[in-house]
Write a protein that binds this ligand. Structure first.
Ligand code: MG
Length: 243
């Protein structure tokens, strides 16, 4: 696909290369929340994950069900500890509210488990995504939210395509916003535009896509207000053939 410009539905510039944004998928930890990078170091320590091996890949490779259950419990306890200290990224509520008013679909795709997601949504977005009895589908997030219960996880395209297909839109009308290589790779694998949320602990991610002047990232933002500004100005999505 050649490059194109993604614009908000209220954009009045009728350029024929414009594509209207239909949906945005967000990573949760470090993207919608401030980064808690200690969490991943603690997971690697407690599970003795070898360097260079993905935490969930290591978990899946453990020999017995008992080993896996013990490791899963350790991860959950760390994630629940992090959950208590969650803080929202600047612009979280306002940006989701603006996207909601424009009928842009939104969801979360996370490698975390449902409980911290539920806590995050009820604490900062005033709704419980797994028990939306009163929301009648009019919640600030469209969903469906994808957690670690969905296999395979990011960087596979599958969790993203699950959301995109449920929205009945095309991948090139959707943006993946995240702070890690898993998020960006999943977005690229699914054929979405990709935006990196830059924070103090993820310079290595930006650097990994920025070699030989062949930057795969469509934009880099530092908070969610800045994300909305980028969308208001139109997001140029790079040609995928050249990468
Ligand atoms: Mg993250």
């Amino acid at each position: 696909m050649t490059g194109y410009r993604l614009v908000l539905p209220n954009n009045t510039n009728n350029d024929e290369t414009n594509v209207t944004i239909k949906g945005i998928i967000f990573d949760m930890d470090g993207t919608l929340t401030k980064p808690q990078t200690w969490m991943f170091g603690e997971m690697r320590n407690q599970l003795n994950v070898p360097n260079g091996i993905d935490i969930l890949t290591h978990l899946d490779s453990l020999p017995t069900i008992k080993d896996k259950e013990e490791a899963e419990l350790k991860l959950r306890l760390i994630e629940e500890k992090a959950m208590i200290e969650q803080e929202p990224t600047i612009g979280l509520f306002e940006t989701l509210q603006k996207l909601n008013k424009l009928d842009i679909k939104t969801s979360i795709c996370t490698r975390n488990v449902p409980k911290p997601v539920s806590k995050f949504c009820s604490k900062f977005l005033n709704y419980d995504p797994f028990n939306d009895e009163n929301g009648n589908g009019n919640s600030i997030l469209t969903g469906p939210i994808v957690t670690r219960e969905f296999k395979p996880p990011k960087p596979s395209a599958k969790p993203l395509l699950h959301i995109i297909n449920s929205w009945n839109v095309k991948s090139n009308e959707v943006i993946m916003v995240g702070d890690s290589n898993d998020d960006i790779d999943a977005g690229l694998n699914a054929g979405c535009a990709v935006i990196l949320l830059r924070h103090d602990d993820n310079y290595h991610v930006e650097k990994s896509y920025n070699f030989e002047n062949n930057n795969k990232l469509d934009a880099i933002v530092t908070d969610l207000n800045e994300l909305y500004n980028v969308l208001e100005n139109g997001l140029y999505v790079k040609s995928r053939e050249s990468i």
